[in-house]
Write a new protein. Structure first.
Length: 190
């Protein structure tokens, strides 16, 4: 049995994200991916048993990584509004600076592969958001509606803000960030 090389695994993950960004999940062909990474197809199968395993593994690794990073951004001592703004800015920066990874996650959520991602991974991803929204509701600062409704409002504004920045109608500056966050705040505050 061949040993797994961390740098090869990282290259496979990176190229998979690139392919999904350019062609969607249907664009992943294991033989082509192996060629792009510079390994034989049999070596690729040492890392992943099939395309489904590859996609779910890349998704799981990506979700774990960004969940941990976004959790690390939020300082417990901050008041609620600043915690929310910190998470907002993390995701805005991620959307802009890691657009391929963000595209992968957006496509994943709309695909049958999302159902194959382990429940504990999806739960960990939502834990910070749900606990933060629950805190805001308990403090009477945001609307007392279902977290999925609040999440939809936040995600929609985040997506549209990143589109405005990518199309250069807004910039990733404190002034524009504050403007867009204030619009988000106005939409969800009590």
């Amino acid at each position: 049995m061949k040993l797994k090389d961390a740098s090869k695994k990282a290259a496979i993950k990176s190229k998979t994200i690139d392919i999904v960004f350019d062609k969607g999940f249907a664009g992943i062909k294991m033989a082509n991916l192996a060629q792009m990474v510079g390994v034989s197809p049999s070596t690729l199968y040492v890392y992943y048993k099939n395309k489904e395993d590859l996609i779910v593994s890349v998704a799981t690794d990506l979700i774990h990584s960004i969940s941990q990073e976004s959790n690390n951004e939020v300082k417990e001592t901050l008041p609620f509004k600043l915690k929310l703004k910190t998470v907002w800015l993390y995701w805005l920066n991620f959307s802009i600076n890691k657009s391929k990874e963000m595209s992968f996650l957006q496509q994943l959520k709309q695909s049958p592969y999302y159902e194959l991602v382990p429940a504990e991974t999806k739960d960990a991803k939502m834990q910070l958001a749900n606990s933060l929204l629950d805190l805001g509701k308990s403090e009477g600062l945001i609307k007392d509606v279902d977290n999925e409704v609040l999440g939809a409002v936040i995600a929609s504004l985040l997506t549209e803000t990143s589109k405005l920045i990518l199309s250069k109608k807004l910039t990733l500056t404190k002034k524009d960030n504050d403007l867009m966050f204030s619009m988000l705040w106005d939409a969800i505050k009590s």
